[in-house]
Ligand binder design. Structure first.
Ligand SMILES: Cc1cc2nc3c(=O)[nH]c(=O)nc-3n(C[C@H](O)[C@H](O)[C@H](O)COP(=O)(O)OP(=O)(O)OC[C@H]3O[C@@H](n4cnc5c(N)ncnc54)[C@H](O)[C@@H]3O)c2cc1C
Length: 344
């Protein structure tokens, strides 16, 4: 079928679905509240299923050309000892901003209306489109407006920090140690990507509320004190690197991702703990599944039912698995006293 769609949100999910629908002959308008793609930076692991979604959108080769491979993944203890190592070239690492740039460039000028936040009034029944696609992230207005049974996001009990610094690393490393993890990956030929996640009970209220890079640096130096040299080197200069810090949430199940002429994709449908690195990947797979259903089926009702059948089960399982890994790695058990960080 063909029709018109309003896509709310111009992140990875919204841009990808717009590209797919335009290829399928739909008329599409993307409204994004920000003035341009978000500049969060950092690397995303693109797993094979997501790469094949990018191939179906005609963007796989460009993403591969910009991606880094890591030939080795290592899980370490804070003292540097390797707990587990795996060789392989299954996943690609691509910078979030490079992926967003490619997705924007794949759309005709004017498809995305930047600086155009959608309001509840814009979603009234006479909105003038055949379909509204909520690709508006974890705090989705489309979900809050059209899916009355959906509960709000629930805190995972952890906070994440992430950033980049000059210099190349070859390997993906994740270090697990007592309610704290630290990850190091390549970003591109000249840049290292790092992330840290820790139990929020290890931070004071002031630290949790602060946006000051000097406070972030104090937290990271205290909590990762004594960790092996690669972590210590990154944490040493963290206040000069530009750090993104956020409290982590995921989204409880709320039934179908479809209601009437509204459908949810990406984090709006299934925001998850970042521990398995799957949120953006699943957003791309959603975008392709929705596009293919809309183009192939003769009616909106059948297309949306097909999308929901294909995507709700798998994504709910990944939300649950990501939550379990977050709990095992970061939030299980009572926290030790603040300020008594040790190498465990
Ligand atoms: C620390 C961390 C690390 C991660 N690492 C990985 C990883 O390695 N691999 C991976 O696959 N995933 C990862 N993820 C998850 C990934 O970032 C998300 O799943 C992905 O960005 C979701 O994309 P989205 O387009 O659904 O939502 P978003 O990226 O949140 O985009 C939603 C967009 O909608 C816009 N918007 C919201 N409301 C409105 C409105 N009313 N009107 C107009 N626009 C609106 C917002 O401005 C935003 O641009 C990570 C997440 C975190 C927090």
């Amino acid at each position: 079928m063909r029709g018109t769609a309003l896509v709310v949100g111009g992140g990875i999910a919204g841009l990808a679905v717009a590209r797919g629908l335009l290829d399928g002959g739909w008329e599409v308008e993307v409204c994004e509240g920000l003035t341009g793609p978000p500049d969060i930076g950092g690397a995303l692991g693109v797993w094979p299923g997501a790469m094949s979604a990018l191939d179906r959108l005609g963007l796989g080769e460009e993403v591969r050309a910009r991606a880094e491979h890591s030939s080795m993944m290592r899980l370490r203890r804070p003292d540097g000892r390797v707990l587990f190592g795996a060789k392989g070239r299954g996943g690609h690492l691509v910078s979030r901003s490079a992926l967003l740039d490619l997705l924007v460039a794949a759309l005709p000028d004017g498809t995305v209306r930047w600086n155009t936040p959608v309001t509840a009034a814009d979603l009234a029944p006479d909105h003038g489109h055949d379909l509204v696609i909520g690709a508006d992230g974890i705090h989705s207005l489309v979900r809050r407006t059209a899916f009355s049974r959906a509960a709000p996001p629930r805190p995972l009990g952890s906070v994440a920090y992430r950033g980049t610094l000059p210099g190349r690393v070859e390997q993906v490393t994740e270090v697990w140690g007592g309610r704290r993890i630290f990850g190091i990956t390549p970003l591109d030929a000249h840049t290292t990507n790092w992330y840290a996640a820790l139990d929020r009970r290890l931070l004071t209220k002031t630290e949790l509320a602060s946006r000051d890079p000097a406070v972030h640096a104090t937290v990271l130096r205290r909590e990762y004190a004594g960790w092996y040299a690669d972590v210590a080197r990154i944490v040493a200069g963290v206040e000069f690197q530009g750090v993104d810090r956020r409290t982590l949430y995921d989204l409880p199940a709320f039934g179908p991702y479809v209601r009437g002429r509204h459908v949810l994709i990406g984090d709006a449908a299934h925001a998850m703990a970042p521990n398995l690195g799957r949120g953006a990947c699943e957003s791309l797979i959603d975008a392709v599944a929705l596009t293919e259903a809309l183009v192939a089926e003769p009616s909106l009702r059948r297309a949306l039912a097909r999308y929901d059948r294909a995507r709700r089960g798998p994504t709910r399982r990944i939300v649950a698995a990501s939550r379990v890994v977050n709990r095992i790695a970061v939030t299980a058990g009572p926290p030790r006293a603040r300020g008594s960080a040790t190498v465990s």
